[in-house]
Design a protein around this ligand. Structure first.
Ligand code: 5AD
Ligand code: SF4
Length: 479
């Protein structure tokens, strides 16, 4: 939708899945914008999923490419970007809070630019609220417009007016944009964008657009380059990673094929998030057995353990089909660790139906779970469904579920007592008691005694001696 100097979002357009040709675009910076940040500083606040973290690394790269340097203090910087999340109401509440803080700063320093990007601007309601109630925001752009950042900044300076650019329906893949990665040994590698699943509670297919895969050559080259720079671990990103490749050529090259090919690049560890249970095929599961680098962990979002609820969520699998895949994973890799996402209090869910989710947790043997109370998202089908259960009641169900999932975390840690695990070291542990920490190949947070900072970014062996709910403790093993 176009309105004066504003390109505004439309949920109706975002819902469309036209047969758009996917355009593979190489990032190109116009000379006109190449110094727009010279001598200036930036700060990016990142909320939500790993996809946003990866996008922020690209935006940082683009900003540094036009002369910006990173500020230590957001309130002292010339440009502040809020890379937002729209998946649940509370994620949005935090953004309104940060905007409140920035308002005072902008009053004292009107030359400071404030931009909002990511998923929230893709929602009509949020963008209207920003335009009408947060007039000090200078730039609003969505998930499809980040490569235009230098132009948007330039226009904001030139016109001194609010610049809004939010495209709702996109079939584009950007390659070759510069990145400033947060870590020197762990990297996000986006393999696909968007989502076509339309789970009835979820706003993501509207905010992130049509499912589209990067070319395998681009991904493999990116990983080879990471290996040559000394990176140890990659996490493949996508809203439904195992739909990878369905939109490319004849669709015969799958996510499983990609795992096998990436294993050959020499990268030491490969993780991914998130797969959709329906699309998890045998080849992807076998990669956990056959590929040394593929972690012995699957984050496998189930959402509910009740067939009626799964159906009205539009998840397209049953409890039994889900459990069959878990059994297969365990058959292939007996000690594989499985974690999940669960929504409590979906509209119309009864207590008996919720109890099916609790029993599923035990049956599936989840070793961790992200649990969420259902949050209505305007424009999604679930937001129009009858929802008679009070929030207070949902909180009680939630607490009941969390007792089970916490036990699952502990069980998952206990099974490693006496065993030696490989840990990619992240740094000092937060407890600050001479411990360091990192994640094992089953993606378990592991603490061990050491003050050797040179271990950061290296893979070490640790013998586990103690299990807690949130982490394991062990001793370094000298090889
Ligand atoms: N309410 C609560 N949780 C949600 N999720 C997605 N949409 C909603 C919503 N409207 C959860 C799902 C998903 C995770 C990323 O966020 O569990 O897997
Ligand atoms: Fe949302 Fe479902 Fe797509 Fe995941 S698969 S992003 S939950 S619509």
């Amino acid at each position: 939708m176009k309105n004066n100097n504003m390109v505004l979002p439309s949920l109706k357009d975002a819902r469309m899945r036209r047969n758009l040709n996917i355009e593979f675009v190489k990032y190109k910076l116009e000379d006109k914008y190449s110094n727009v940040g010279k001598g200036k500083t930036y700060y990016i606040y990142t909320y939500g999923c790993q996809g946003n973290e990866a996008d922020s690394e690209i935006m940082a790269g683009i900003l540094e490419g036009v002369g910006y340097t990173k500020a230590k203090d957001p309130l002292e910087s010339d440009l502040v970007l809020l890379n937002t999340c729209a998946v649940r109401e509370n994620a949005e509440q935090r953004i309104w809070g940060v905007l409140g803080q920035l308002k005072g700063r902008k009053r004292e320093h009107p030359e400071m630019l404030i931009g909002i990007c990511g998923c929230m601007p893709q929602e009509e309601k949020a963008t209207n609220k920003i335009i009408n109630s947060y007039e000090f925001v200078d730039i609003i752009f969505g998930t499809h417009n980040r490569h235009n950042l230098p132009k948007l900044i330039y226009e904001a300076y030139e016109t001194n007016k609010k610049v809004v650019e939010v495209i709702s329906n996109e079939g584009m893949i950007l390659e070759g944009a510069p990145k400033v990665r947060e870590s020197t040994y762990k990297a996000w590698v986006t393999i696909m964008y968007g989502c076509d699943e339309f789970c009835t509670y979820c706003i993501v297919p509207y905010t992130r657009g049509k499912e589209r895969s990067r070319k395998k050559e681009e991904i493999i080259n990116e990983v080879k380059e990471l290996v040559s720079k000394g990176y140890k671990e990659i996490t493949l990103l996508g809203q439904n990673v195992n739909a990878y490749g369905k939109d490319l050529d004849d669709g015969s090259y799958t996510f499983g094929d990609l795992l096998y090919d990436l294993d050959k690049t020499g990268i030491e560890r490969i993780g991914y998030t998130s797969p959709h249970p329906r699309d998890m095929d045998l080849k992807a599961m076998e990669a956990h057995r056959d590929c040394k680098s593929v972690l012995k962990h699957v984050h496998f979002p189930v959402q509910s353990g009740n067939d009626r609820v799964l159906k009205i969520m539009n998840r397209k699998y049953t409890r039994e089909e889900y459990l069959a895949k878990i059994r297969k994973l365990h058959e292939l890799v007996p000690d594989i660790s499985i974690t999940t996402d669960i929504i409590v209090g979906f509209p119309g869910e009864t207590y008996e139906e919720f109890k099916d989710t609790v029993t599923l947790c035990d049956e599936a043997g989840f070793e961790g779970a992200f649990t969420f109370i259902y949050s209505p998202r305007e424009g999604t089908p679930a937001a129009r469904m009858e929802d008679p259960i009070s929030l207070e009641e949902k909180h009680k169900w939630f607490d009941e579920l969390v007792e089970h999932t916490n036990q699952g975390y502990l069980n998952g840690h206990m099974k490693f007592i006496g065993k030696v695990v490989s840990v990619l070291v992240d740094g000092e542990s937060k407890s600050g008691d001479g411990m360091m920490c990192g994640y094992s190949e089953h993606y378990k947070l592991t603490h061990f005694k050491s003050d050797d900072k040179s271990l950061v970014g290296k893979i070490v062996k640790v013998k586990i001696k103690e299990a807690k709910t949130w982490f394991m403790i062990g001793d370094l093993v000298n090889e």
